[in-house]
Design a binder for this molecule. Structure first.
Ligand SMILES: C[S@@+](CC[C@H](N)C(=O)[O-])C[C@H]1O[C@@H](n2cnc3c(N)ncnc32)[C@H](O)[C@@H]1O
Length: 318
């Protein structure tokens, strides 16, 4: 299946991209949203697209040849936590920054890195950037202690039986270390034997979040994109996971309402904003574009089941 950009119409109606503007798409993927930005900024505008996955970059080189040649599209192979470095290097303050978190459909369908529980023989890798020498999914399952594993499943997949799952992981790795998707799938799907629900998608997602430090890089991206965007510029983020969406929601509230209210929210949600300069805000510095996030309608969820959990939030910097 090809990649279908989620909340496409909602994105462009909320962000109101204008001719001549410069936008950053932090998650190029298969370029669905990037194409939308290019169409709207027109010949005089520019799009800077990032992706940490070399496969996305390869795709762009063949599908966006003209735009790359004319430099209407700049493509950078990097993690979006490096946004400030990239923009400082280019000496650009963009009119807007956008990101559509998570994985693209080609990464989920038939990728050899083990992102999906469907590819049973794939290696348990899950690193979105293969070049970086960080831990793989197998390393986590083979090396983390029971408390660390329980925390991952409790926090990232809201798994009520996280404790039991981590116990089974430890038992299994005593027999044989985890290597393939099938090794983990077997115990993951058996956790709720008499239930109709298959929890594996959430368990795999939880491990993927840990492998790639996905929540931490989103926090960094939010801060940097707000600092980098022009006054009057916009931010738009699509989250697929409730914790990702909470981070965006609370950070947006913080900028809109100022620190006093946000601080309690942050404490309640245990989403620390670690940066002191952010705590010292004394006034409203942004406006949330719509009070509730945009969600996919019935038509879109029928066409693309992955859009079900997507939440788009947009903000204007004052
Ligand atoms: C859901 S897809 C984006 C799809 C894109 N909007 C489209 O319409 O084709 C997410 C993409 O973001 C990339 N990605 C995820 N986390 C990233 C990060 N921290 N830095 C850079 N790219 C990231 C993934 O490799 C993937 O290609």
């Amino acid at each position: 299946m090809g990649h279908i950009p989620v909340l496409y119409n909602e994105t462009f109606s909320m962000l109101d991209v204008k001719p001549g503007e410069v936008w950053v798409d932090c998650t190029f993927g298969r370029g669905g949203h990037t194409r939308g930005f290019l169409d709207r900024v027109g010949e005089k505008g520019q799009v800077i697209a990032l992706d940490q996955d070399y496969k996305a970059i390869e795709h762009a080189k063949s599908e966006f040849k003209e735009e790359l040649q004319s430099k209407r599209l700049l493509l950078i192979h990097t993690n979006f936590q490096n946004l400030s470095i990239v923009l400082n290097g280019l000496n650009i303050h963009p009119d807007g920054v956008f990101a559509d978190f998570g994985l693209s459909s080609p990464q989920l369908d038939g990728d050899i890195r083990g992102f999906s529980y469907r590819d049973k023989n794939a290696k348990l890798d899950m690193r979105m950037n293969d070049q970086e020498k960080t831990k793989t999914a197998a390393d986590i399952l083979n090396q983390y202690n029971r408390t660390e594993l329980t925390n991952i499943f409790r926090l990232y997949s809201e798994e009520p039986r996280a404790h039991l799952l981590s116990k089974r992981i430890l038992e299994k790795r005593e027999e044989k270390p985890f290597e393939t998707v099938g090794d983990f799938y077997e115990i993951s799907q058996n956790l709720w034997k008499h239930s109709r629900r298959n929890p594996s998608a959430k368990h795999f997602q939880a491990i993927r979040i840990e492998v790639n430090g996905e929540l931490e890089v989103i926090r960094k991206l939010l801060k940097q994109s707000f600092e980098q965007v022009k006054k009057g510029g916009k931010l738009g983020f699509i989250a697929f996971h409730s914790l990702e969406d909470k981070i965006v929601k609370e950070q947006f509230k913080f900028w809109q309402k100022g620190p006093s209210k946000a601080k309690t929210l942050i404490l309640q949600e245990k989403l620390p904003i670690t940066d002191d300069s952010m705590r010292q805000l004394s006034k409203t510095v942004a406006k949330i574009i719509k009070p509730f996030p945009a969600k996919a309608g019935e038509d879109e969820t029928k066409r693309n089941v992955r859009s079900r959990t997507a939440r788009l939030r947009c903000l204007e910097k004052l």
